[in-house]
Write a protein that binds this ligand. Structure first.
Ligand code: SF4
Ligand code: SF4
Length: 401
């Protein structure tokens, strides 16, 4: 694709990156076939190829057209288009550049600014999020159904588990911000699995949100602040552990990109490099340890939902299905398993109509063969699907014994 970015912008690091990515697109349109929003509305501007044109125009004219902004906001950042693209177009990174530009050059109106501000100031901070969730539960009857169904259930805490005395390895488990409040039992399950196999687990006291939430909202400065705070918290532990593990694929995909968010001469750049080398999804860790698992007695047939952040963002997924299969579960076939469920970070709150439609389609595919349980690998999908599913939706780790 030919581009004509203004010289002043083209010479910036972001401009250079945007130009490289835009030029790698050959307009073939293959990506439209696997784009969830294109499948729902059938509008070229709600597919990746159309959005690439919109981003190109935005960066060339250095202005944000409201119509373009609307179609870019409707992108889930699921990156299914990247998996499909034969030219290797790095759509997700281009969208990051475009959303940062959009944030700095457009006015979203008071109501939307308030919602985005609330999301940024509350959700990444577990104590604040827990308090808001308590208030939300107390006044649940006042909330619109879509918010009521997304509320985390009453406060659960991660169980304290003792580490083995002479472990064969030590790993650092990231607790996540939303997960710590909404599904702390996931990390408890991992802690149990590892300690019973003579692996010690540590946590980083000062761990913060990975930065994924503000990054998703196009708030790059806020995301960068969290990335730096999280790196500072991980710096003291990075050399004492053999791996840094994430059980939420939405966090994992951001953490694996940490090096990209810092300048090469940043004082935390070396830490970022060490951290990225050790970051892994929990499925990667368990596959590498060669452990044996059993299934739960009362669960037999399961439907697996692989989050986009796992299958497209990290190009993983086989590990989850292999481990569940090895444990003895029957994995039911799921149609269109490459498509997003509509959760996509804060998308389900900001673009609720599209998110609801995608969830309805996803649940119909997941529940078609009557599974005992639906499993996912990310807290956001788990909450979003769980709000409307007819069967329990759990993290896949909880099914390993
Ligand atoms: S498949 Fe890749 S090269 Fe083809 S239009 Fe989509 S992004 Fe561009
Ligand atoms: S990231 Fe997902 S929703 Fe956005 S254009 Fe690509 S396939 Fe479509």
């Amino acid at each position: 694709m030919q581009t004509a970015l203004p010289e002043q912008y083209r010479l910036t690091p972001k401009g250079r990156r945007a130009e490289d990515i835009l030029r790698s697109c050959v307009h073939c349109g293959f990506c439209n076939a696997t784009c969830p929003t294109y499948q729902v509305v059938g509008d070229e501007l709600d597919g990746p190829r159309g959005r690439i044109y919109l981003m190109k125009e935005m960066l060339e004219t250095q202005t944000v057209d409201p119509v373009a902004g609307h179609h870019l906001d409707r992108c889930l950042t699921c990156r299914a288009c990247e998996t499909t693209c034969p030219s290797g177009v790095e759509y997700g990174e281009l969208l990051e550049v475009a959303r940062d530009f959009q944030t700095r050059h457009s006015d979203r109106g008071l109501f939307e600014r308030l919602i985005r501000g609330w999301l940024m100031r509350v959700v990444p901070y577990p104590q604040r999020f827990r308090r808001w969730a308590q208030v939300g539960r107390a006044f649940a009857w006042l909330l619109p159904a879509k918010l009521r169904h997304q509320l985390p259930s009453a406060a659960k805490r991660q169980q304290a588990v003792t580490n083995p005395e002479t472990p064969r390895a030590t790993v650092l488990v990231l607790q996540g911000c939303v997960q710590k409040v909404a599904t702390p039992e996931v990390n408890s399950a991992l802690h149990n699995l590892l300690t019973r196999n003579n692996i010690a687990v540590i946590y980083a006291e000062q761990e913060t949100c990975c930065g994924g939430l503000p990054m998703h909202l196009g708030e790059e400065a806020a995301a960068n602040e969290l990335v730096r705070a999280n790196l500072a918290a991980l710096r003291q532990h990075v050399h004492e552990v053999s791996a840094i593990v994430s059980t939420a694929s939405g966090c994992g995909v951001t953490l694996k990109d940490y090096e990209r968010y810092l300048d090469a001469d940043d004082e935390l750049a070396t830490t970022a490099r060490h951290v990225v080398r050790k970051i892994c999804d929990v499925s990667e860790l368990l596959m590498s340890l060669d452990l044996n698992f059993d299934k739960l007695d009362d669960v037999h047939q399961i439907a697996v939902h692989l989050p986009c952040t796992l299958q497209h963002g990290q190009q993983l997924g086989d590990g989850v299905t292999t481990l569940l299969h090895q444990a003895g579960y029957e994995l039911l076939p799921v149609k269109d398993s490459h498509l997003c469920c509509g959760s996509a970070g804060t998308y389900s709150l900001l673009q609720s109509e599209m998110a609801d439609e995608l969830r309805t389609r996803k649940l119909s595919a997941l529940q078609r063969e009557n599974p005992d349980v639906i499993v996912s690998a990310n807290v956001g999908c788990q909450m979003h699907l769980g709000a409307q599913a007819d069967v329990p939706v759990r993290h896949w780790l909880e099914l390993l014994r």
